[in-house]
Write a protein that binds this ligand. Structure first.
Ligand code: FE2
Ligand code: FE2
Length: 183
């Protein structure tokens, strides 16, 4: 196992979630309504797993290690593009969460907006993942020794151990920032 193989295993999980989102989107369109609880689940998956856990390791460990190498310019450009795509996914997920919250509170105008955003996110991942797997990961591997790859795998494991703690620390912070309705 090397760090790239681990990232590819995570891609499989992200793609499976994408297939589920695609199925749900079809039924939401047919029924002309969405299930806000499902959207919350999808947002949580994207934020915690796809973004924090997966993009987090790519950007925070792999890309950072690559920045210390003398990379070929096309690979530098590709890495920047991937970071921009992660930023886009993060921002779009935030907009989806906002639209879903407004829809759950009765703003039906948000239905079409939420569906469009969910569709955009769902169709983003296959292309992003193909780009990483077909053009980025293999050239990356050539810059690292076996020992460096093993160290990176240890860093990945340490990062993964943080995920659940960070997720619930953020949750508690969000909850304590929310105003309680006066009784
Ligand atoms: Fe990525
Ligand atoms: Fe990835």
């Amino acid at each position: 196992m090397n760090p790239i193989e681990l990232l590819k295993q995570e891609h499989v999980v992200i793609l499976r979630m994408g297939q589920d989102i695609e199925r749900r989107l079809r039924s939401f369109r047919e029924q002309d309504q969405v299930d806000p609880a499902y959207i919350d689940t999808a947002v949580d998956f994207i934020r915690t797993y796809a973004d924090f856990c997966h993009h987090g390791k790519e950007e925070g460990i792999l890309f950072r290690a690559l920045e210390k190498k003398e990379l070929e310019p096309p690979l530098v450009r590709l890495m920047k593009e991937l970071v921009q795509e992660h930023d886009w996914a993060r921002a779009t997920t935030k907009r989806l969460a906002e639209a879903n919250r407004a829809y759950a509170e009765g703003d039906t105008d948000q239905l079409a907006i939420g569906l469009r955003l969910l569709r955009q996110i769902q169709s983003f991942y296959p292309g992003h993942i193909t780009k990483e797997e077909s053009r980025f990961f293999n050239p990356c591997l050539e810059y690292f020794s076996e020992e460096e790859l093993e160290t990176m795998l240890v860093e990945f494991a340490a990062f993964d151990r943080k995920v659940i703690h960070e997720k619930y620390r953020r949750l508690v912070e969000t909850l304590s920032d929310e105003q309680l309705d006066p009784a």
